[in-house]
Design a protein around this ligand. Structure first.
Ligand code: SAH
Length: 211
């Protein structure tokens, strides 16, 4: 079978497993997953593993997250078409591409110069224009385009940086893995008023650290 066909077949196997287990039910998330080709975001040496459900190295000691983890986070984030979204930890740009399919504008921040460059290239090849890739420290957020309706941190952190809390709209929602690299807990935080967050817990994961 042609390589492209095998990759597409793997994609549909993963898609059906989410539907069958009902782990991912959000229609917009399922649609975004279908629209974005993960193979554009994985290192060419791992092309065959594009839809094997695992994280993969992308250089600079970082990884593109496991597809199921990405989908779980996006489902928790509940992005609506009119939303402005901030992502901390661009990595390959894959999650940013999915977010770009879900919302109106995505700002994504990456601290590694090589990954910033790689993500820009990947997003361009995926034809996405509503994503702004920023090189810098995501802990600072991105004040010139704040506030954001949704914020997602794709690296493990002991706590949510204050700048990010401040740059979230009241009524907005933030998803982040909180805790150590191995065994961080997925948390969803709803900003119910200027200084109050309602937190819910959504299982244990592994993530590279927010530095
Ligand atoms: N969302 C990515 C995977 C994230 S891996 C994808 O879809 O491929 C986590 C990323 O967070 C890494 O690229 C790492 O370099 C980045 N990172 C860690 N600390 C950061 C910080 N303070 N600011 C911005 N990016 C950071």
């Amino acid at each position: 079978m042609h390589k492209k066909k095998i990759i597409e077949k793997d994609k549909q196997i993963l898609f059906r497993s989410w539907q069958k287990s009902q782990l991912i039910k959000n229609k917009a998330v399922l649609q975004a997953f279908q629209s974005v080709n993960r193979e554009l975001f994985v290192d060419p040496s791992y092309l065959d593993l594009s839809y094997s459900d695992q994280p993969l190295p992308i250089g600079s000691g970082q990884t593109i997250s496991q597809p199921t983890t990405v989908a779980i986070m996006l489902q928790l984030l509940n992005v609506l078409p009119e939303h402005r979204i901030l992502e901390v930890g661009t990595g390959s740009g894959y999650n940013a591409a999915l977010l770009a399919n879900l919302g109106e504008l995505v700002v994504t921040v990456e601290r590694h110069n090589e990954l910033f460059t790689l993500a820009r290239k990947n997003l361009l090849s995926a034809g996405l224009v509503n994503v702004k890739v920023v090189e810098g420290d995501g802990k600072l957020g991105y004040s010139s385009l704040a506030p954001f309706d949704r914020i997602i941190i794709t690296a493990a952190t002991e706590d949510v940086p204050k700048n990010l809390k401040d740059q979230l709209t009241v009524g907005g929602l933030l998803v982040a893995p909180i805790g150590p690299t191995y065994g961080c807990e997925m948390q969803k935080m709803v900003k119910v008023s200027l200084n109050d967050f309602q937190v819910s817990l959504h299982g244990l994961f592994s993530f590279v650290p927010l530095i």
